[in-house]
Write a protein that binds this ligand. Structure first.
Ligand code: HEM
Ligand code: HEM
Length: 200
């Protein structure tokens, strides 16, 4: 839902933004409507999922994303081998920026739309903010797609999105603080407990 809405917004936004595309495609009022109503549906769908979805799981995800421990700080300092949880520090930053940008896109988009009807809502800098968000998102989403679809060591994560599971060995290498111990160690007999062997 998020990716589809984003790409429809990006495509229709670029047609509104680039004069050459605007002239080639024409039908500006229709594109404006598609753009605006996709934005409203996007925000509505996010609110619906937050209200009616698995709120406990969402709250747990929020807590995990919100917490940056020492390993996360090491990861951000370039030590990408420091052990990571379900989200690595880069993913946490990506999620935070995505949420912040979605909010700013929505507010500036509403102002652009309402500013046409009521000029007292036509604030200077709104178009600039909306356009800057588009440029920044393009850079971030390109990096995100490279990691999700092309980079050999991370692209296995796509299976987590499409099928809901990832390979255990992959989880161990990339998210050791989240993954359960590998089966080989789980099945290994545990060493005898010295206390249990001591006579009463
Ligand atoms: C979240 C909801 C969003 C809403 C409500 C929204 C709304 C709007 C509105 C009302 C306009 C003005 C159209 C016009 O008068 O020409 C606009 C322009 C634009 N939007 Fe959005 N938008 C949203 C998200 C996005 C996203 C996610 C992107 C790109 C990734 C984007 C890219 C653009 C671009 C490039 C323009 C043209 C700005 C210009 O002419 O300089 N928008 N948007
Ligand atoms: C078709 C396009 C896309 C694909 C194939 C894709 C793929 C993925 C994958 C595989 C993950 C899970 C990573 C993991 O669990 O290790 C993910 C997570 C995520 N995606 Fe996307 N994505 C797409 C579009 C987008 C767009 C457009 C945005 C934002 C504008 C976005 C934002 C996020 C965020 C915030 C996460 C969670 C944090 C993270 O893993 O970085 N994605 N995506």
């Amino acid at each position: 839902m998020h990716a589809t809405a984003f790409f429809v917004l990006l495509g229709s936004g670029l047609v509104l933004y680039l004069p050459s595309l605007s002239v080639a495609i024409g039908r500006r009022p229709l594109l404006k409507d598609i753009h605006f109503w996709t934005g409203i549906s996007w925000a509505g769908a996010i609110l619906l999922i937050s209200a009616l979805g698995n709120r406990r799981a969402l709250a747990r995800t929020l807590r995990e994303i919100d917490l940056f421990d020492r390993d996360d700080r090491r990861f951000l300092a370039g030590k990408t081998h420091s052990p990571q949880g379900r989200f690595n520090a880069g993913q946490k930053i990506n999620a935070i920026l995505t949420a912040a940008f979605a909010t700013l896109f929505f507010i500036s988009g509403l102002l652009l739309w309402y500013g046409e009807k009521n000029t007292s809502f036509r604030l200077p800098g709104t178009v600039y903010l909306h356009d800057t968000l588009m440029y920044l998102s393009l850079i971030i989403v390109s990096g995100h797609l490279y990691l999700a679809l092309i980079h050999p060591s991370t692209r296995h994560a796509l299976r987590g999105m499409t099928r809901g599971t990832v390979r255990e060995d992959w989880a161990h290498t990339h998210h050791p603080k989240w993954a359960t111990p590998p089966r080989s160690t789980e099945q290994r007999p545990s060493p005898p407990n010295p206390k249990a062997l001591t006579p009463p």
